[in-house]
Design a binder for this molecule. Structure first.
Ligand code: NFE
Length: 574
C-alpha cells in the first residue's frame, strides 16, 4: 500500500483532458504514477469513405494548437500512397509553415503554459522595478524594453489586476509554494515577458495567413500548396507579401534570441535540482523533418530520423514506421477492444472499438492494473519511447548533427551542466527552447531558399498530374509524418476505389501520455514522475512541472473510429 494517492484532474494549462494519479511513498516521493486520457473524439470516423484529397482539411481540425501539422502529415500520406512528388517551392513553403508553427507553439508553451510552474506571479508584486530592469539588461542587453519605467508600468498593471480580486488566468495556482525559487525581480521580469509574448504571438501567425490563407488551420493541397507565388503580380503572393514574411521571421528571431532564450537560461539557473528529476524513459524517437531534398530522403532532413535507447548516445537506430515489426499500438490498459487474438496492431490495420470498463464517474481513483485511459499504447519494437523536442535533440546529438551539437553544448556550458542533465524535466524544457533557436534560424534559411528558387524562374507550387482519381490504382496505402511541436506524428491511410478505406493517426502525445503496455511498462509521462519528491501533496506543483515539460495535447492524442464504418457516435450541431 502507498501512503498517499494524489489526483490531478484535470491537468490545466494543456490542450485536452488529462488526469494524473501519483502514489506517494513514505518519504513523500512518487512511487507509482498513472496517466489517463479522459476524452475521446472521432475525426478518423468522419474520414471514412471520403475523398483522400480532402483528408487534410478534416485531419487538421484534430487540434487547434498544433494548427498545421495534421494537414502536413495528411497530404504527405496521400502523396505517399499515390506516388506524388511535390515541387521544390511546395517543399520550401511547407517547411516555412512547419517552422513557423514550431516557433509559435514553443514560445507560447514556455510563457503561457509552463512558465507559471516556475514563476510566482504574486511574488512579482514586491519587485523593485529598477532592479528588475538591471536584471533584464544583464541577461539580455539587446532587449530594448528593459527600463525601470517599463517595469514600473507592468507592476502597476499587475497590482491593479491582483487588487481587483479577479486573477482570471492566474487564479488557482500554488502561489507562495516553497518550490518557487525566483527572486521577486525575476518573477516580475517573467510576467512582463509573458505579456510581450502574448502580443507577439498574434503577429507570427501572419506567415500562415500569407501562404495558407488563415490561421489556425491554414490551407494545404495534395500535390503541393494552394498558393500562387509571383514576385511581380498583384494577384499572387508577391514581393510585398514576402517582405512581410521576412519581417515576421526577423521579429521572431528577436523574440527567441533576446527574450525566450535569456529567460529560459535565467529561470533554469535557479532550479538546478530539476536537472536530476523527471528524466523518464531515457529512450527517444524522431521521424525527422525539414526535408531539403524531398520527403523520401531522410538523409536530407534537418531534424534527423532515428531512435536512441537507454541514454546510449553512441548509437542511433533506424526507424521504419511502415514496418509492422516496428510500430504497433496495444490496448492492454486502454478502454478499447481488438479483434479476437490481436493484442498489437500496426496503424495501417488499426482497429478502434470502444470498451469502457472504468468506474462510473465521478470516481476517486483509477485502477492501474486494469484499463484506465482513452489513449492506446504505441510502441517501437515493443519499447516505450519518448518523442518531442528532447527526443529530436538527443537523436540529432547522437547522430553528430553539428548544428544540434552547437546549441546543446552552448547551453550546457552556459549553465555549467554535464550532458546527462538533458535527461530531466529541465532538460526537456531547455530542449524546446534550444530547438526553437534552430527553427528560427532554419526559417530564414528556407525563406532565402524560396527567394533564390523564385529568382531562378521556378514558380511551380503544385503537381496535379495525379489529381484525378482515374489516374490512381484501385488500392493504395501511404504513410505521412512530421515532427510536430510535441514530437513524432504519423498518419497512415488506405485508399480503395478512390475513397478512404482506413485512416489512422498516432500523435506525439499518445506516445508520451500512453498508459502501461501489456508487459506493464509505463509510458513516458508515468515513468518521468516516478521518484519525484512532492513537498505538499495538496499542492503538487512538482507533478505539473514534469507533465508540462512534455507540453501535453490530449485533444490530439485520443481518437475513435469504426474500421467498418459503423456509427459509433452522433453529434447534432444546431
Ligand atoms: Ni494538439 Fe499535436 C502536437 C500533434 S499532439 S498538439 O504537437 O500532432 O501531441
Amino acid at each position: 500500500m502507498t501512503a498517499t494517492r494524489v489526483v490531478v484532474d484535470p491537468v490545466t494549462r494543456i490542450e485536452g483532458h488529462l488526469r494524473v494519479e501519483a502514489m506517494l511513498g513514505e518519504d513523500g516521493s512518487i512511487r507509482e504514477a498513472l496517466s489517463s486520457g479522459t476524452m475521446w473524439r472521432g475525426i478518423e470516423l468522419i474520414l471514412q469513405g471520403r475523398d483522400p484529397r480532402d483528408a487534410w482539411a478534416f485531419a487538421e481540425r484534430i487540434c487547434g494548437v498544433c494548427t498545421t501539422v495534421h494537414a502536413l502529415a495528411s497530404v504527405r500520406c496521400v502523396e505517399d500512397a499515390l506516388g506524388i512528388q511535390v515541387p521544390k517551392n511546395a517543399e520550401i513553403v511547407r517547411n516555412i509553415m512547419y517552422l513557423t508553427q514550431a516557433v509559435h507553439d514553443h514560445v507560447v508553451h514556455f510563457y503561457h503554459l509552463h512558465a507559471l510552474d516556475w514563476v510566482d506571479v504574486v511574488s512579482a508584486l514586491s519587485a523593485d522595478p529598477a532592479a528588475t530592469a538591471a536584471l533584464n539588461q544583464k541577461i539580455s542587453p539587446s532587449w530594448g524594453l528593459a527600463t525601470p519605467g517599463y517595469f514600473k508600468d507592468v507592476a502597476a498593471t499587475l497590482k491593479k489586476f491582483v487588487d481587483s480580486g479577479q486573477l482570471g488566468l492566474f487564479a488557482n495556482a500554488y502561489w507562495g509554494h516553497p518550490a518557487y525559487k525566483l527572486p521577486p525581480e525575476a518573477n516580475l521580469m517573467a510576467v512582463a515577458h509573458y505579456l510581450e509574448a502574448l502580443k507577439w504571438q498574434r503577429e507570427i501567425v501572419k506567415i500562415h495567413t500569407v501562404f495558407g490563407g488563415k490561421n489556425p488551420h491554414p490551407n494545404y493541397l495534395v500535390g503541393g500548396m494552394a498558393c500562387a507565388i509571383d514576385l511581380d503580380s498583384d494577384n499572387a503572393i508577391n514581393i510585398e507579401r514576402l517582405n512581410l514574411v521576412k519581417r515576421q521571421i526577423e521579429r521572431a528571431r528577436e523574440i527567441v534570441e533576446h527574450l525566450y532564450i535569456p529567460d529560459l537560461l535565467a529561470i533554469a539557473s535557479f532550479y538546478p535540482e530539476w536537472t536530476k528529476i523527471g528524466g523518464g524513459l531515457g529512450s527517444f524517437m524522431s521521424y525527422g523533418d525539414v526535408p531539403q531534398r524531398g520527403i523520401d530522403d531522410p538523409s536530407g532532413f534537418r531534424f534527423p530520423r532515428g531512435v536512441v535507447l537507454d541514454k546510449n548516445l553512441a548509437e542511433v537506430l533506424p526507424v521504419d514506421p511502415r514496418d509492422p515489426q516496428q510500430i504497433g499500438e496495444e490496448i492492454a490498459h486502454s478502454w478499447y477492444r481488438y479483434p479476437q487474438g490481436k493484442d498489437r496492431l500496426h496503424p495501417w490495420d488499426g482497429h478502434t472499438e470502444p470498451a469502457y470498463s472504468g468506474p462510473k464517474p465521478p470516481y476517486q481513483h483509477l485502477d492501474e492494473q486494469g484499463a484506465y485511459s482513452w489513449l492506446k499504447t504505441p510502441r517501437w519494437k515493443g519499447r516505450a519511447v519518448e518523442v518531442g523536442p528532447l527526443a529530436r535533440l538527443i537523436v540529432g546529438y547522437a547522430a553528430g548533427n553539428a548544428e544540434i551539437k552547437e546549441v546543446v553544448d552552448g547551453a550546457l556550458k552556459a549553465l555549467d551542466l554535464p550532458a546527462t542533465a538533458l535527461f530531466s524535466t529541465l532538460g526537456r524544457t531547455a530542449a524546446r527552447g534550444l530547438e526553437t533557436r534552430l527553427c528560427v534560424r532554419w526559417l530564414m534559411d528556407e525563406f532565402d531558399r524560396l527567394i533564390a528558387n523564385l529568382k531562378a524562374g521556378d514558380y511551380s507550387i503544385s503537381d496535379t498530374r495525379l489529381w484525378e482519381p482515374k489516374t490512381w490504382p484501385a488500392r493504395a496505402k501511404g504513410f505521412g509524418f512530421t515532427e510536430a511541436p510535441r514530437g513524432s506524428l504519423g498518419h497512415w491511410i488506405q485508399i480503395a476505389d478512390g475513397k478512404i478505406a482506413n485512416y489512422q493517426c498516432i500523435v506525439p502525445s499518445t506516445w508520451n501520455a500512453s498508459p502501461r503496455d501489456a508487459a506493464g511498462k509505463r509510458g513516458a509521462y508515468e515513468e518521468s514522475l516516478v521518484g519525484t519528491p512532492v513537498a505538499k501533496p495538496d499542492q503538487p506543483v512538482e507533478i505539473l512541472r514534469t507533465i508540462h515539460s512534455f507540453d501535453p495535447c490530449l485533444a490530439c492524442a485520443s481518437h475513435l473510429y469504426g474500421p467498418d464504418g459503423t456509427r459509433l457516435a452522433e453529434v447534432v450541431v444546431r
